[in-house]
Ligand binder design. Sequence first.
Ligand SMILES: [Zn+2]
Length: 220
Amino acid sequence: MGRLQFEYSWPIRGWFPGKTTNSVRIRKITFLGEINGFLDEIFPAKSTKPKKSRSDAPIAPWSNGISSLSTCYNLSMPLTPRAVLFNTDVRAALQQAWIESRPGLTGGHEEGGFVVQDADGRFRVIRWPRGRQDAIQVPPHPKCSVNDLEIVASFHTHPNTGNDYLQEPGETDKRAVRDDPDLKGADYVGEFVVTQMVIYLIAPTGRVREMDDTQAVFTE
Ligand SMILES: [Zn+2]
């Protein structure tokens, strides 16, 4: 609730350069940012079991025994379109959808899906039902979520390579993202549009930009 700055310190056990024995070091991280919830909601208690030793216990009094750093990093580093697109699982799923949409002069159909983030912070792709030659229906996604998982991106393909078809996202595509209140989650980065040459991003505002060459993303 409001702006907040705090420091979190925790001990790390391990072999460090120059040390001959297993030793403990203290790492510190400083957050400065907007907090949209109560701390005990953002950092729920993982365990109520007593700690084995004092040095294992986090030092910050409010931290309730969190030991995983991923929660902290999510707070301090917002998702970027690049981080989503270049995630190995996401890239593989986009390539799969692209192949399945049978790109070419004739016979293609649009494919698409949502990229969601599960409780462990892993990206997963939930595909939409198969689309038509130049359109695809987006399944319901109230509150920017599917199956209770937050949507961080969406995507669809433009498989028609003929001159009659627009390769880049058209007005309908832009409006569909811009005017959808359920594609405005805090972590939603936008909709990727996969075409033969370029992967575009439609930002939540409806603005379009080129992310990268399709082949560079798929073969890296
Ligand atoms: Zn489209």
